[in-house]
Design a binder for this molecule. Sequence first.
Ligand SMILES: Nc1ncnc2c1ncn2[C@@H]1O[C@H](COP(=O)(O)OP(=O)(O)OP(=O)(O)O)[C@@H](O)[C@H]1O
Length: 268
Amino acid sequence: MNAPTDTALIRMENAQLVRGETTVFSGLRATVHTSQRLAILGPNGIGKTSLAMVLAGRLRLSRGTLELLGIDVRNTDIRALRPKIGYFSDELITRLSPDMTALEVVALGKFSGLRSEWFKLDDDDHAEANHLLTLVGLANFGRRTLDSLSTGQRQRVMLARAFSGTPRLTVLDEPTSHLDLVAREQMIEALERILDEHHQDGALVMVAHHLEDLPPSITHALLMSESGQWYGSSDDVLTSETLTQAFDHPIEVHNLAGRRIATALRTN
Ligand SMILES: Nc1ncnc2c1ncn2[C@@H]1O[C@H](COP(=O)(O)OP(=O)(O)OP(=O)(O)O)[C@@H](O)[C@H]1O
């Protein structure tokens, strides 16, 4: 049975995170319901990756309230939440053994698993992993080891992994970084295919550096900056005016075939 559309999978109020001596962010809020897709953007170092880790149950807030999948994380062992939240990050790739096969990497996603010998995969796990590899355009790559894949192929394997087990919430931290123009497009197409065919009711959070990295189906945006934060529908937040304020630099946003493109203007 499908979850009701008003189910909040993320409810965050007045969130503050301190890491070491640094207050990374404070006063953040966001609510993400079933079927909503939230983009997180902002300048380098503003705390996007840290926030993605918080929303994926990898890091605890220092202050404020956070419910993930309807659970108040303050009184919860967040490690128990991790297998229920799909996650993509560069750091995760480095923790996987290079001799794991693409099929193992994807199938273990549903357990948040890093090593195949720790888990027993059944036929259903393999079937779902094969289906996800097909959706990301890697149908014949299941037996290939991670170290035999190109960067773009490896990132699509990790994308497939983030949706293994059909999590209700998936957090992607810059899935298009390090990719050339064509590989980036393949990644966005793969993401759209998964969202259409495997994740219609699920919620998505995606950190991106560029508007061009976002799939057209993004519904909401959180723009972080030194001068303030903007949170709302993507049409309201991802405008020339707000981006100009957030980056403290003139920026123009254009629409091209349903995708947004942002250009930082020269000031001299
Ligand atoms: N493990 C850590 N310990 C202490 N401070 C950290 C740690 N990781 C990150 N930081 C600090 O937190 C701040 C935010 O970093 P974060 O990587 O979340 O930003 P970001 O917006 O994702 O950056 P970028 O756009 O460059 O990827 C930075 O000042 C960074 O130095």
